[in-house]
Design a protein around this ligand. Structure first.
Ligand code: DAH
Length: 342
């Protein structure tokens, strides 16, 4: 076989290999095999200078043409394969927009928040303002300014989380009373929802819990105003038929101090086995009282001119009663199966 014939043979081989190669990678192998540095055709070109003069032109011409033809066919195939490969990739990565989406679990309002919203709404409707205070509180606002001086045994009952430098995690929302009075002139009508902390953990106590404080200071406020206000609130939260009663109680920062009970809104006192009131007919709801003159004076108000009432309630506990939830710890686990029931 002459060299020119061999070139022709190599070319045909290369062209058919190119026609068969289906991927960019296969085409590259064909290129290396037929046009690469050690390809037969390349060897032939290198050896041209050793050929007799009269053969050089023919071999040179036909090897160049063969190379060009193979290169052209390669370029064409590369373009075709690239299109096919892109289409294949698009097909593989295609998104089926008709598939149903993965549903996100939906949250819901926390039972405590529902009660907080209702209580706050009620008081805002009466013209009260919402006030807030820090959860990390000074010993002074949490205790001293509320008539609980250093060393007083009432401090020991609060299971306080003490921090450094005379700071505490507030054990109640009552310090917001003092902060508010120090920042404005009377009259004051505020409600203060917020988180509070005590070292306590059992089915009905958690180290963090919510409270709502209320404070009204004005000329001529009486215990009757306190009772009327809280009775209206109880009707708003638990239904028109509930009755309230006050029992004497003691809190350092009020005088007199009372606890407010709500008539059982489940059995109305008629069921001795009632799960909510345990047959008592009454449910303890909150602490309250007439603001102690010592607290008014400490905040710079004249107790001869102004009187006030204050109250503090636990919306978590109210939600437990309202929804019949036996364990308070469920409130703070964030389990959607629990939360979605309300
Ligand atoms: N701060 C009290 C507590 O956490 C609740 C309380 C009782 C608040 C009587 C008051 C009040 O404003 O007058 O136990």
């Amino acid at each position: 076989m002459s060299v020119v014939e061999r070139i022709e043979e190599l070319k045909l081989e290369a062209l058919s290999a190119l026609a068969e190669a289906g991927t960019t990678k296969d085409l590259e192998s064909v290129r290396v095999k037929y046009l690469g540095r050690s390809a037969d055709l390349t060897e032939i070109k290198k050896s041209i200078r050793d050929l007799p003069q009269d053969e050089r032109k023919a071999v040179g011409g036909s090897s160049n043409r063969a190379t060009k033809e193979i290169e052209a066919a390669l370029a064409e195939r590369l373009a075709e394969v690239a299109v096919a490969e892109r289409e294949e990739k698009l097909r593989a990565e295609a998104v089926d927009v008709t598939l149903p989406g993965a549903p996100y679990p939906k949250g819901s309002l926390h039972p405590s928040l529902r009660v907080i919203d209702e209580v706050v709404d009620f008081f805002v409707g009466l013209g009260y303002r919402v006030a807030e205070g820090p959860e990390v509180e000074t010993d002074y606002y949490n205790f001293t300014a509320l008539n609980i001086p250093p060393g007083h045994p009432a401090r020991g009952m609060q299971d306080t989380f003490f921090l450094d430098d005379g700071l505490v995690l507030r054990t109640h929302t009552s310090p917001v009373q003092v902060r508010t009075m120090l920042s404005q002139e009377p009259p004051v009508y505020i409600v203060c929802p917020g988180r509070t902390y005590r070292r306590d953990s059992d089915p009905t106590h958690t180290p963090m819990f919510n409270q709502i404080e209320g404070l009204a200071v004005d000329k001529g406020l009486t215990l009757g105003d306190l009772k009327g206000t809280l009775a209206a609130m109880a009707r708003h939260i638990f239904g028109e038929d509930v009755k309230v009663r006050l029992r004497p109680s003691y809190f350092q920062f009020v005088e007199p101090g009372v606890e407010l009970d709500v008539s059982c809104f489940i059995c109305g006192g008629s069921d001795p086995n009632c799960k909510v009131c345990k047959g008592a007919g009454w449910i303890e709801m909150l602490g309250a009282g007439m603001v102690d003159p010592a607290v008014l004076s400490e905040a710079g108000y004249d107790p001869e001119e102004y009187t006030g009432f204050a109250f503090g309630m636990g919306p978590d506990r109210m939600a437990m009663v309202r929804y019949g939830i036996p364990d308070l710890r469920l409130f703070f686990e964030g389990d959607l199966r629990f939360l979605q029931q309300f």
